[in-house]
Design a protein around this ligand. Structure first.
Ligand code: BG6
Length: 513
């Protein structure tokens, strides 16, 4: 029998309680390396608190910070407290904080200091005894990849990486996973030498977003979309991640990396995979990964790259009523930095479903506004039985998945303008998360940290996906490296002229979200 049991219909309370239970983490300790960084302060520590506040962490939970600072447990506790106060999503509740703070510890040391790792081991063993974390440990490497080898080696040598007696060990790594295919392979080899692949959790925080997971619900829980989700009906797909912020303060990470490595290699190719993949047999991690791997294997850059890609760097301009500087005047960037802050590529997906349908991906800093969306743009109707002047303002139908900030889905289609003539114009039909659901969406990091603690890998790209994404992107990176300086674009606009030209050449244009 399929569908809910009779009992579930009769007793919805019991049903909802049953649904929650599997989502509470078991006893464990979370160790964060790189605890003095921005990510830890703005996202990781607040997410841990939000999970505690939602009742999703067990009483036997500990949070351990590892860094070079000369801090005592209380100093670190204060740092976590302030980060939570400033950035947590859910309200501050004294008793939740009290409970959480009892399990907070700090270990001082540098990554190459074996004694510090012995100290970490002792601290975790004490927490196992005193706080009941039961020897289950997750190591979150919120550090530059150049330091992965040292930390992994220390974790291995100190015996911390090895699981014994059914206890689990997991490692969480943040991007960039290399800067091209070769370096990604090296990095993976280093990590996998110490942590088997099924214990490695690679964070792509876009997959933790509700609106991204909703792509799967939209496509695979409904009958409405699948019949038209293919080259017979779809003209092209545009995936946009635009940001209005600049790169002040981020030179250390961003210079030499650029927009394509920072965002297209991971977030945007994952969005493409969710949009273009076939229905998985189930949502078991291996089934979902298999479909993503399959579609990424079929994806490649359209050529010639001169015409199908574009790259830019923001110059000074006006944004939100303020005058802002160009990249070369941002602190920490070399005056002749060739790092791109805008990148656009055209992809082809060589499958029966998508042959001939271009996927346009673009991302940039200091653009018109902050917006991430996937727009599936449909072909025009083969015939319009209207007077031509009546359909002048009719565009192409589109289904737009609004990832952020105004989360939801928009359907755009033509409608009759009220009046005596048969004039047709585009209108939008909107679904908005804020209106449809009363609960606010969890932050991506809440979901992903919880999944690490639960050992649920569905939303984490595996090694093969990372390598395939580099395989897709590398030719564009090499092409751009030969070109030198990216084309400038004015801050607050929608990117360089060559990006507009790239679309115009195919008779299309970028959406202005
Ligand atoms: C990160 C990138 O992965 O995503 C940043 O490194 C970018 O450059 C950020 O600003 C955007 O995340 P979000 O969730 O605000 O869209």
């Amino acid at each position: 029998m399929s569908g809910p049991t009779a009992d579930a219909w009769i007793n919805p309370l019991r049903d909802s309680r049953d649904r929650r239970l599997p989502h509470i983490a078991g006893p464990c300790g979370l160790v964060i390396f790189g605890v003095t960084g921005d990510l830890a302060r703005k996202k990781l520590m607040p997410a841990v608190y939000d999970l505690a506040n939602r009742g999703l962490l067990p009483p036997g939970f500990a949070l351990v910070g590892f860094a070079r600072r000369d801090w005592a447990d209380e100093d670190f506790g204060k740092i976590v407290h302030d980060a939570v106060r400033e950035h947590a999503r859910t309200p501050f509740r004294e008793h939740v904080w009290e409970q959480l703070s009892r399990g907070i510890r700090f270990v001082q040391g540098s990554f190459d200091d074996a004694a510090a790792f012995t100290e970490l081991k002792n601290t975790l063993a004490t927490l196992d005894r005193e706080r009941g974390t039961r020897g289950n440990h997750a190591f979150y490497l919120s550090i530059p990849p150049a330091q992965f080898p040292t930390v992994c080696q220390q974790l291995s040598q100190s015996g911390l990486a090895k699981s014994v007696d059914g206890q689990w060990r997991r490692v969480v790594i943040e991007k960039p996973f290399g800067h091209d295919l070769d370096s990604a392979r090296e990095l993976n080899a280093v990590v996998n030498k110490v942590f088997p692949e099924d214990t490695v959790f690679r964070i792509d925080h876009y997959l933790g977003k509700e609106t991204v997971q909703n792509i799967l619900a939209l496509r695979f829980a409904n009958q409405l979309f699948d019949p038209i989700w293919n080259s017979h009906y779809v003209d092209h797909v545009q995936i946009t991640m635009a940001e209005d912020i600049g790169l002040g303060g981020r030179a250390g990470y961003y210079d030499g990396i650029g927009a394509a490595r920072d965002v297209i290699q991971n977030h945007l190719l994952q969005l493409l995979a969710f949009t273009a993949m076939e229905e998985p047999v189930s949502f078991e991690p291996s089934e979902l990964q298999a479909e993503k791997i399959k579609v990424l294997s079929a994806t490649r850059l359209a050529e010639p790259l001169d015409e199908t890609t574009a790259r830019g760097q923001y110059a000074g301009g006006w944004q939100g009523g303020l005058e802002v500087v160009g990249l070369h005047d941002e602190e920490g960037f070399a005056k002749d930095s060739t790092t791109e802050t805008y990148a656009a590529i055209t992809l082809e997906v060589d499958t029966r479903r998508w042959a001939g349908v271009p996927f346009y991906l673009r991302t940039g800093k200091r653009l018109g506004r902050r917006v991430t969306e996937i727009a599936v743009v449909f072909k025009r109707a083969p015939h319009l039985p209207f007077d031509a002047t009546m359909t002048e303002e009719l565009g192409q139908n589109a289904l737009v998945i609004r990832v952020q900030p105004d989360e939801g889905v928009t359907m755009r289609f033509g409608s009759k303008v009220p009046g005596s003539s048969m004039e047709v114009r585009d209108v939008n039909m909107d679904f908005s998360y804020g209106q449809a659901f009363t609960v606010s969406s969890p932050e991506a990091y809440e979901r992903l940290i919880l999944d690490v603690l639960l050992g649920e890998p569905s939303l984490f790209p595996v090694n093969a996906e990372v390598e395939l994404s580099w395989t897709i992107l590398d030719p564009a990176l090499e092409h751009w490296a030969r070109q030198g300086m990216p084309e400038p674009y004015e801050a607050g606009t929608w990117g360089p002229p060559s990006a507009e030209e790239m679309m115009r050449r195919t008779g299309r244009e970028w959406r202005r979200p």
